[in-house]
Ligand binder design. Structure first.
Ligand code: MSP
Length: 504
């Protein structure tokens, strides 16, 4: 695809100390739908996800399971890959941080920052809780004790390598001033700028207290701090350290899709690390809020973990994908409820989309001999279709899937209203009825294309039932969503309801 634009997007890589849950699925589905949208635009898309497998947290989880860390990671990583397959995630690659391509790239990145003088040995002095294996500041302590274990902390000092983040404050501020739209939604950008302006502290990038990690190339007593290791996946997966040509084709990334909890690592540490290594910072970050359950972030301790695979058994893959994409404006926190899931499904999928398809197919079956008529060039629905295309495109561009779907669903509503006004079920067969039905079929064709990033299987089913051939995903925007593409003269199939109504 010589003249197509490259589009590269990533999800966070997920820790293998937990099984895939709703929160992981949330970020991954948003990234997937965005990438599918860009494929419709004709971009040469590369979508990356993967697993984060090093560090103390994983070593401890492996110890608790009585397994070696690598064997433990090997047992969990496929659960993520399988969950993404079942959720119809179209990732082009899946990186694991224990792969050799990653290790080679991390070592190259470390060496580049070290050679540039930004990594230096220093003594870390801090308050350490052995039970947590973590450092605390005076402010973190509760009555002088570890806030978690309520036990005294120890004054410890350890030799660590530090990344000189403090040197990068001005450069980062300048870079963000030159790239004002880089973080969406924009209120997240203000958070990042505020953080940088407070003054940046150097951070420790190595550990000697455990060994489950990538050794520093110049001092193998130290392993790389897990965040330095993890962030690098975005470049190592596309060839940094192993295939320069490939790397240059993909980097800089268009969007890192991340949760708000990891914004500092991604929007402050990461661009500084890249600058230090002489690489371009990312072009963009799309920062999502949390999907809460009962008002809280999912975690093993609160016991509110929702398994997305249980939900898709219940409501179907597209029912679940649609809910995740449509329910919450991207950026804000959302509250997952089962009632909300069923409510969305019944209103938007069963009543609006499902009902429209079944009405159209029924009338065409009864009154047009099952053959779809052609649309009118001057149909009143043509305006609604053009608006839906323009609005949906603009909202995907802002990484606002809920608003994009709202814009697409406007066309479904307009088409249902068009049928209610014309009442084709009461009309006699003939040119007037054909015109109404041809218009409705054309609207459904355009809806199938616009909705396909969110609900790929449903869109394909709609496409086939209205008599279109080939794959809806192979259509190209804006060309194929122009009014008038429905050929007419093709067989329309009613079939079973796409979305049978659900009871709570
Ligand atoms: N391994 C790190 C990320 C490294 S990226 C270089 C990590 N992993 S994680 O598995 O704990 O979570 C990763 C991401 O999952 C979060 O940043 C967030 O994007 C997403 N979510 C986890 N729980 C979530 C919710 N409850 N709601 C929405 N997203 C959440 O952090």
């Amino acid at each position: 695809m010589a003249d197509s634009r490259a589009f590269y997007a990533t999800t966070p890589i997920y820790y293998v100390n937990a099984k895939p849950h709703l929160g992981h699925a949330y970020t991954t589905i948003i990234g997937d739908a965005l990438c599918r949208w860009h494929r419709l635009l004709g971009d040469d898309v590369h979508f990356l996800t993967g697993t984060d497998e090093h560090g103390l947290k994983i070593q401890q989880a492996a110890d608790a399971a009585g397994m070696a860390p690598q064997a433990f990671a090997d047992s969990i990583a496929p659960l993520f890959a399988d969950a993404w397959k079942r959720l119809n995630i179209s990732n082009d690659d899946f990186i694991r941080t224990t792969e050799s391509r990653h290790r080679l790239g991390v070592q190259k990145l470390l060496q580049a920052c070290y050679d540039n003088g930004d990594i230096e040995l220093d003594t870390y002095r801090g308050l350490y809780c052995v039970a947590c294996e973590a450092y605390f500041t005076e402010d973190d302590l509760v009555e002088g004790n570890c806030p978690i274990h309520k036990k005294p902390v120890e004054q410890v000092q350890e030799e660590n390598y530090f990344f000189r983040l403090s040197r990068y404050g001005d450069r980062l501020l300048q870079w963000y001033a030159d790239h004002p739209g880089a973080i969406v939604p924009d209120y997240r950008m203000n958070e990042v700028i505020g953080f940088i302006k407070q003054g940046l502290l150097d951070f420790s990038i190595s550990r000697t207290s455990f060994s489950w990690g990538i050794p520093l190339p110049w001092d193998d007593k130290h392993v790389t701090y897990v965040w330095f290791d993890a962030l690098a996946n975005y470049i190592t997966a596309v060839g940094y350290g192993t295939d320069d040509d490939r790397f240059n084709r993909h980097w800089p990334v268009d969007f890192h899709m991340i949760g708000k909890d990891i914004i500092r690592f991604h929007c402050v540490y990461w661009p500084a690390m890249l600058m230090s290594a002489g690489l371009e910072p990312p072009k963009g970050w799309a920062v999502g809020g949390w999907l809460l359950v009962g008002g809280e972030k999912m975690s093993k301790t609160t016991g509110n973990v929702v398994n997305p695979l249980d939900l898709i058994d219940d409501i179907g893959v597209d029912g679940f994908r649609y809910y995740v994409l449509a329910e919450t404006p991207y950026g804000a926190d959302g509250d997952f409820t089962y009632e909300g899931l069923i409510g969305r499904y019944n209103s938007d999928l069963a009543n609006n989309l499902g009902n429209l398809l079944s009405r159209v197919a029924t009338v065409v079956g009864k009154k047009c001999d099952g053959i779809g008529p052609r649309p009118r060039p001057d149909s009143p629905l043509a305006v609604a279709a053009a608006e839906a295309l323009a609005e949906t495109t603009a909202r995907w561009h802002e990484v606002q899937p809920s608003r994009a779907l709202e814009a697409t669903w406007q066309l479904i509503r307009a088409t249902n209203a068009h049928l209610e006004t014309n009442e084709p079920w009461k009309a006699e067969p003939g040119p007037d009825l054909d015109a109404v039905m041809g218009d409705a079929l054309e609207a459904l064709r355009i809806v199938a294309i616009l909705a396909s990033p969110a609900v790929p299987d449903t869109a394909q089913a709609v496409w086939e039932r209205i008599g279109m051939t080939g794959a809806v995903a192979d259509q190209r925007l804006p060309r194929d969503a122009q009014w008038g593409g429905y050929p007419g003269g093709v067989t329309v199939v009613k079939g079973d309801p796409l979305f049978p109504r659900r009871q709570l």
